[in-house]
Structures are given as structure tokens and as C-alpha cells.
Write a protein that binds this ligand. Structure first.
Ligand code: NAP
Length: 263
């Protein structure tokens, strides 16, 4: 597969104020890319700009990715300031913890808005510009839970399964345009994700064992962008879970029901 150059690559990264998105931005800038980085917390985006190896190649725009005007602004800024767009990384995400029965329609809608509708609509907005880009790509940061769902994270799993299905369909649709659609599925990662969950109620899920660093996840995602690899499952445990679920779904169901809750 063609190797994509990072030097002068024009990118948008969502969820850039912490964790994986911050690392993606720093690593892309260090490799010579130009990045528009977005998230809601403006002070964190300013920190990011201070930490970037070449701040002149970074534009930060604060806003909520669920806001259609912000999404339009991101794409327009890429057109005006970079003269185009080669890479969209949909990374912003949130979680909620607790059994579905203890949740609410609002919790479900919020998780789906941030993790599914917002990245899908940003993709729609960016497609015309991406079509004119150099070796364009869309990279969706999903989760191992897009492949095997677990209890007490039903809304999150549903949102990540949805982005997985969307990515597979879009990849096929965009093959003739030469646009890669890359799905990156991390397992537990050190970031602010657990502290930022929008709700914790009722019985809690089992805690993941071991965690990758956000920097390692970002490195793997960027490698997939460079090589055009379409699907990346990052941890050995994650790969094991996916294969177990494919080969022995009944056993997999039993195991997550038995061990999926905190005890
Ligand atoms: N950490 C894990 O264990 C793990 C495992 C698998 C997959 N993932 C996925 O990895 C991605 C990145 O998560 P992370 O681990 O790096 O967590 P994180 O440190 O909490 O980062 C999440 C990012 O999303 C942004 N964000 C959240 N809601 C937003 C909104 N409405 N509008 C704009 N930005 C928003 C946050 O910024 P603001 O709060 O400043 O808006 C932050 O920059 C997510 O899609 C997550 O589902 C994480």
C-alpha cells in the first residue's frame, strides 16, 4: 500500500485538548504536518499550542464538535489557511458508566451525539475538500468495544459499533475516490477519559487491566495513516477478545456476563 507522507499533510484533529487527540496533534506537528486542533477547553488548546514543536503549523479552534457551525468553521479554516485538507481524524469521545436500565434518554442521546452524529456530520462536511486533497484519509478513533460489547457501557458500545459500521460502509463508497477510511480501536488507554465520563450510576463495569499510553495509541494511529492500513486493533488482549467473539460467541457472551462487572 502507498505510504502517505506526513510532511505538509493538512489535518483536522478533534478532541485535541487531552489524551490521544493531544498526542496525535503533537506527533503530527513534529512530523511536519499542519493541524487544525479542536476541543471545547480553550485553555488546554493554548497549552497544546505551547507544547507543539512548530506552533506556526498549528491552528486551534475551541468549540463543541456537536455544533454544526464549529464543524463548518473547521473545514472552512482548512480551505482558507491550508489551501485544502488531506486528513480528518475524528477522535473526540465521551463515555457513560452504568447499566442501561439506570440510564436515561438524555444519556443515550449525549453519547451518540458526541461519538457518532458529530464525527459523521464532520465527515460529510469535510468530504468535498478531502476529495481534492493529496492521498486523503479519514481516521476514526473507535474502541475495542466497537467489536465486542460489555455490560454497563451500553450507550458507549452502541456508539462505537455505529462508527465501526459507518466506517466500513464509507470505506467501500470512497474506494473509487482514493480516500482511505481507517478505524483505530484502542483498548484501555491512559487519558482523562474515565474522569470525564458524563454519568456513573448503578453497577459499574470491570476495570480494564493494563493500559496503553495515549502517545502509543497516537503513534499506532499515525502509522496506520501512513501505511493506509484500514483497521487497527491495538492491544494483544483486544485482538484476543475479537477473535474469541468471532470463534466462540456463546463463550464470549458468558465471559462478559460473568466477569464484565466490577466485583
Ligand atoms: N481512554 C480509553 O481507555 C479509550 C479506549 C478506547 C477508545 N478510546 C477513544 O479514544 C478517543 C479519545 O479519548 P481519550 O482516551 O483521549 O480521552 P480524553 O482524554 O477524555 O479525550 C477526549 C477528548 O474529546 C474531547 N471532547 C469530548 N466531548 C467533546 C465535545 N462535545 N466537543 C468537542 N470535543 C469534545 C475532549 O475535549 P474537551 O473536554 O476540551 O472538549 C478531549 O479532548 C475517544 O473517542 C474514546 O472513545 C479511549
Amino acid at each position: 500500500m502507498a505510504r502517505r507522507q506526513l510532511r505538509d499533510l493538512r489535518a483536522i484533529v478533534t478532541g485535541a485538548s487531552s489524551g490521544i487527540g493531544r498526542e496525535l496533534t503533537l506527533q503530527l506537528i513534529a512530523a511536519g504536518a499542519k493541524v487544525i486542533a479542536t476541543a471545547r477547553r480553550e485553555d488546554r488548546l493554548q497549552d497544546l499550542a505551547s507544547a507543539a514543536a512548530a506552533p506556526e503549523r498549528l491552528i486551534v479552534i475551541a468549540g463543541d464538535v456537536c455544533d454544526a457551525e464549529l464543524r463548518t468553521q473547521l473545514v472552512q479554516t482548512a480551505a482558507e489557511k491550508f489551501g485544502g485538507l488531506d486528513l480528518l481524524i475524528n477522535n473526540a469521545g465521551i463515555g457513560a458508566l452504568g447499566p442501561f436500565a439506570d440510564g436515561s434518554p438524555e444519556r443515550l442521546r449525549k453519547v451518540m451525539e458526541v461519538n457518532f452524529f458529530a464525527p459523521v456530520e464532520l465527515t460529510r462536511e469535510a468530504l468535498p475538500l478531502l476529495r481534492q486533497g493529496n492521498q486523503p484519509a479519514i481516521c476514526n478513533v473507535s474502541s475495542i468495544l466497537a467489536h465486542r460489547a460489555v455490560p454497563a457501557k451500553s450507550e458507549y458500545c452502541a456508539s462505537k459499533f455505529a462508527i465501526h459500521g459507518f466506517s466500513d460502509a464509507l470505506r467501500a463508497e470512497l474506494t473509487s475516490d482514493g480516500i482511505d477510511v481507517i478505524l483505530v480501536s484502542p483498548s484501555t488507554t491512559e487519558s482523562e477519559f474515565s474522569s470525564a465520563v458524563i454519568e456513573k450510576s448503578g453497577r459499574q463495569p470491570a476495570k480494564g487491566k493494563g493500559a496503553m499510553t495515549s502517545a502509543a495509541v497516537a503513534r499506532a494511529a499515525i502509522k496506520a495513516v501512513q501505511t493506509g492500513k484500514h483497521e487497527v486493533i491495538l492491544s494483544l488482549g483486544g485482538k484476543g477478545l475479537v477473535w474469541l467473539d468471532r470463534l466462540a460467541p456463546t463463550l464470549s457472551d458468558w465471559l462478559v456476563a460473568r466477569f464484565g462487572f466490577d466485583r
